[in-house]
Ligand binder design. Structure first.
Ligand SMILES: [Zn+2]
Length: 336
């Protein structure tokens, strides 16, 4: 069996002909295997969804209980058979519940890693390299210019600014699933135990992380009616990036606009968004981590998807690994 016979790109997503299923389909299909809960990978409307319990829970939180006609839980490491194809889920280290999906038939093994990061993250299970013939890697930050700094140093910059400007509030933009909880957890790990204020859009997911054993410390809604501006002086407020562009943000006293994202490495992006304090914090592998992961797994072939595919394909070729871009559509690099 050739790799192309086991998994191939289709407009709906990555398709397995013998198993008759899709991985992270972008359009509704009969059977979907889902790597993680981010909106560009997990969409509502599929007939059957197979995912980790946490990803299923997150889909239910975001889309309602009827996000699929039926659902099945994949325990980490468990081998399941679908129409003669063996599939198994392995931690991807990206957000809570995120998994790489290993697809095997007739001795050929392909790992679709979804989004992943190898560096430690206190809010989800650590990435595990899975030996395989073909490794499908994301390429969100696949340029040598992308080297994510140490998480603790980035959070240290935020806490230093909070100490420096006790009369100002610090508004931290962070995506609702994963990034927000990671920012809060890292702030706690740095020793900050004051109440952190959160936008209403984060509450359910923060509660869910807590229920899964990720302690976030004292949180309170940042939506106090009749609140005077002074109430948030010196406070840290976390919300989805979109919230800080609208009226909601005006309730805070002389806010310092912060944004936690891997893209904050690009000064121009920070400037465009009016970000005063960029926090470089990514849930994706950076260039070095992509190279280290591919080197550790040592697959005979690499397929590269969503992001800067050419640079990584080129690197693989220069290092004697067959590689090609997959050109899957529908995955946004912005949603990190
Ligand atoms: Zn993601």
């Amino acid at each position: 069996m050739r790799p192309d016979d086991l998994l191939k790109p289709r407009p709906e997503g990555l398709y397995c002909p013998p198993g008759d299923f899709y991985i992270d389909p972008v359009r509704p299909v009969e059977r979907a295997l889902v790597t993680h809960g981010h909106a560009d990978h997990a969409r509502p409307g599929n007939q059957n969804v197979l995912a980790t319990r946490q990803t299923l829970d997150i889909m239910a939180i975001r889309y309602g209980e009827n996000f699929a006609a039926s659902r099945q839980e994949a325990a980490i490491g468990e081998r399941l058979t679908i129409n003669g194809v063996t599939v198994s889920f392995h931690p991807a280290g990206h957000v809570l519940g995120s998994a790489q999906i290993c697809v095997e038939k007739d001795g050929l093994r392909i790992v679709a890693s979804g989004d992943y990061k190898p560096r430690p993250d206190p809010t989800c299970a650590a990435f595990e390299p899975v030996p395989c013939d073909v490794f499908i890697t994301e390429a969100t930050f696949a340029l040598p210019v992308f080297r994510h700094p140490d998480d603790r140093e980035e959070i240290g910059k935020l806490l230093k600014s909070v100490r420096q400007f006790p009369e100002r509030s610090h508004l931290v933009g962070a995506y609702a699933l994963g990034k927000a909880q990671r920012v809060i957890r890292l702030i706690r790990d740095a020793g900050y135990d004051e109440t952190i204020y959160i936008h209403g859009a984060l509450k359910t997911l923060c509660d869910y992380y807590e229920s899964q054993g990720v302690a976030l410390g004292p949180l309170a809604p940042a939506t106090i009616d009749n609140g005077k501006k002074g109430d948030f002086a010196g406070a840290i407020v976390v919300g989805p990036p979109s919230a800080f562009a609208d009226r909601w943000a005006r309730r805070f006293p002389d806010p310092v606009s912060c944004f936690a994202s891997g893209w904050m490495r690009v000064r121009q992006r920070a400037k465009q968004r009016g970000v005063e304090l960029p926090i470089i914090l990514s849930d994706h592998a950076d260039w070095d981590e992509l190279i280290e992961t591919i080197t550790a797994i040592s697959p005979s072939e690499v397929w590269v998807t969503h992001g800067r595919e050419e640079a990584l394909v080129r690197w693989c070729e220069l290092n004697g690994i067959r590689a090609r871009p997959l050109h899957l559509v529908g995955y946004e690099d912005e949603a990190e």
